[in-house]
Design a protein around this ligand. Structure first.
Ligand SMILES: [Fe+2]
Length: 285
């Protein structure tokens, strides 16, 4: 690009930044100015052409059009390109001993049914049952009664109920458990499996173009909450399954990997157990 074009490009960037300087909300202004600086620098670095710019516009339009009440393609785009994991790492300051957070993912659906301790949330699934029990504790070891654990996971074919209306009951493999007076919980589910994030939309097309796989390490999602404590959005990963080193959304943290222990149930079938405590940080801590 000729020097005069470089100068013209700089002038455009400066003019936009100048116009943004009056943004009323200071934090919004900071974010928008940084976004413009980096976006313009990106276009300069790759010498973005007009067809490429239009391809980008069309891609983002398709991502938006793929979103529905139950599908969040933008979160999938963010997750598969590490932005969600980056924001998590930048914003979480988890002290040693507390349960670490990870990405929310695109399949969280508020309003899961309340479930009693010991109740199975596997309404419909032939997979290996799993019993996960433990306590919700404060960082100082205090047991937290009345804490809630909002849990969701895929069935054994690798799909969330929200992805398969009409095939899975809508409350299959999701539920909210509450700790008892001693801070204990017991959730009954199925052993998690690896699954592919949706590849039938624009983000899947992008992953294909990038030559990447779409597999997530086997996990169960949980949001653990208790008044007076920081809510933690986390996963429990199955340490005996695959993709722990190449999770498609970069969500694996070593402290979240668990070992499910297979055992024989009274009827001779296999059931997996996992002892797991969640540890929360005081809000003022
Ligand atoms: Fe997931």
């Amino acid at each position: 690009m000729a020097a005069t074009s470089d100068q013209a490009a700089e002038q455009i960037t400066e003019a936009v930044l100048h116009n943004l300087a009056g943004t009323g909300d200071a934090r919004l202004g900071e974010i928008l100015q940084a976004l413009v600086r980096h976006l313009h620098a990106f276009a300069r670095e790759v010498r973005l052409t007009e067809p490429e710019w239009m391809a980008g516009i069309e891609f983002l339009t398709a991502v938006g059009q793929a979103c529905t009440d139950t599908r969040q393609e933008f979160i999938l785009l963010s997750d598969t390109h590490g932005l969600s994991a980056l924001v998590d790492v930048l914003t979480q300051d988890t002290p040693a001993g507390a349960t670490e957070s990870t990405v929310l993912g695109p399949f969280y659906l508020p309003g899961s049914p309340a479930r009693a301790n010991g109740e199975s949330m596997a309404v419909h699934d032939p997979a290996t049952p799993a019993v996960i029990r433990g306590r919700v504790l404060a960082l100082d070891g205090t047991a937290l009664a009345g804490a809630t654990i909002d849990v969701w996971q895929t069935d054994s074919s690798g799909f969330y109920a929200v992805q398969q209306p009409g095939t899975q009951p809508e409350d299959n493999l999701r539920g909210v458990y509450t700790t008892d007076a001693e801070g204990r919980y017991e959730l009954v589910t199925v052993r998690p499996v690896e699954y592919e994030v949706p590849t039938d939309g624009p983000v899947g097309d992008l992953l294909l173009a990038e030559g990447r796989h779409a597999w997530r390490a086997a996990h169960i999602h949980a949001i653990v909450s208790c008044p007076g404590y920081r809510r933690v959005v986390t996963h429990l990963f199955d340490g005996d399954r695959g993709y722990l080193d190449s999770d498609a959304v970069f969500g694996v943290k070593p402290s979240l990997v668990r070992t499910f222990t297979p055992a024989s149930a009274d009827d001779g079938s296999t059931v997996c157990t996992l002892e797991n405590d969640f540890v929360l940080v005081p809000e003022q801590g």
